[in-house]
Design a binder for this molecule. Structure first.
Ligand code: PHB
Length: 389
């Protein structure tokens, strides 16, 4: 009898001590898995995303909902064949609370599959793979960037309206290239244009010569293209060196000239592209963002930096609503779905499938800037084909 009373007392005392300790202790660190390319043709894009993400976090005093952040970083090399292993390491070995990644659509598809199966929160800060917010959409998957369909569709509308009739397309043969061209074609053909030739090369190859010869022989009214990062630099330079820039106007999704102008120089001058961000916009949030970014990193931001910043904003909004408890997935999603995200690109909200509903800007390269020319497509929402949510 006596022993049992003592035992009860001890248990009660221990429980009380634990409660006190729990409330006095700071919340456990939030583990953020950053899966991005730090090598290869998209290396600069991965770095800009990380910079943007960390800038927002720093503005919040280094914490999300009172939790300090511990980063676990993986270089995904934009290699889809390593993607499933890489994301599984973060989810199963490192037990991250949230995944942030990535740039390459093929790698992002593998991340979305693992996130969907494991229920881990995923915020995609670039990769446009339509299926991420289409057939693979899920309550725990969000995108702070765009779908591949969006800039393609917007540019298709612009080019059709300009009275361009015959276009050749050229891109890398993988999800992003295919879907960008498909979006372009959908709007361009709806507007009365015809795609007369679709040219491709494997990602991340940059041997463009034979394809440029084909374009010269085909003589379309214009060319639509998707390339990005290091590949975009080389393509713009080669297009100009082949003498095509003067005879066959080159258009693209805005990745063609974003974060690349320093390296492309005069060969990019005058090019028109469509994207959800532009330089020299008259948006107060953009002005403060650009100042803070330049001060922190001694670099000008680009669309990738904006998307990284907004991925952190989305995470912050969701975590605030659940008091930092990442297991409350439904509440997290509800808060993000209801939010207006104060982005440097202009405020946006997410669609039901969790992709940004946003203005697509028409930009023209002038010196080192993608100057805002106008709005290519207002509040453009991805059709989210195949999403059941
Ligand atoms: C993609 O693979 O989805 C991708 C890569 C780079 C970009 C845009 C899209 O700039």
């Amino acid at each position: 009898m006596k022993t049992s009373i003592i035992r009860t007392t001890v248990i009660a005392a221990t429980a009380a001590a634990l409660t006190t300790a729990a409330s006095a202790q700071p919340a456990a660190k939030l583990k953020v898995g950053l899966m991005l390319p730090y090598t290869g043709t998209f290396a600069a894009l991965g770095n800009a995303i990380e910079n943007g993400f960390k800038l927002y976090l720093a503005e919040q005093g280094g914490k999300f909902a009172g939790r300090e952040v511990e980063f676990v970083k993986v270089d995904d090399e934009s290699d889809p064949s390593k993607a499933t292993d890489n994301v599984n390491k973060l989810v199963k070995r490192d037990n991250v609370d949230v995944l942030i990644g990535t740039v390459h659509s093929g790698v992002a598809l593998a991340m979305a599959k693992v996130a969907k199966e494991s229920g881990t929160l995923l915020i995609v800060p670039n990769a446009g793979a339509d299926a991420v917010t289409g057939a693979m959409c899920a309550p725990n998957i969000f995108r702070s960037s765009f779908s591949n369909w969006q800039p393609g569709y917007a540019m298709g509308e612009v080019m059709a309206k300009r009275g361009i009739k015959k276009v050749a397309t050229i891109t890398w043969k993988y999800a992003a290239g295919d879907e960008s061209v498909r979006g372009f074609k959908e709007a361009f053909e709806k507007g009365g244009g015809t795609v007369v030739k679709e040219l491709n090369l494997p990602f991340p190859n940059v041997e463009f010569q034979a394809l440029l010869t084909d374009i010269a022989a085909t003589k379309p009214d214009a060319v639509y293209t998707f390339f990005a990062g290091g590949g975009a630099v080389k393509f713009v330079k080669d297009y100009s060196a082949a003498g095509l820039k003067k005879t066959i106007p080159l258009y693209g999704s805005g990745f063609l000239t974003d974060g690349t102008l320093e390296a492309q120089g005069a060969d990019a001058e005058g090019l028109f592209t469509a994207l959800h961000y532009a330089d020299s916009m008259d948006i107060p949030k953009d002005k403060s963002f650009r100042l803070a970014y330049a001060k922190t990193y001694k670099l000008q931001p680009d669309v990738y930096a904006v998307q990284g910043y907004d991925a952190a904003q989305i995470l912050g909004i969701g975590l605030k609503a659940v008091n930092g408890d990442t297991s409350k997935k439904a509440e997290f999603a509800r808060a993000v779905e209801a939010a207006k995200i104060d982005s440097p690109r202009g405020a946006f909200s997410l669609s039901k499938a969790h992709n940004p509903v946003q203005d697509l800007y028409l930009r023209q390269v002038s010196g080192k800037e993608n100057k805002l020319v106008g709005i290519a497509s207002k509040a453009l929402s991805d059709p989210a084909r195949g999403c059941k949510m």
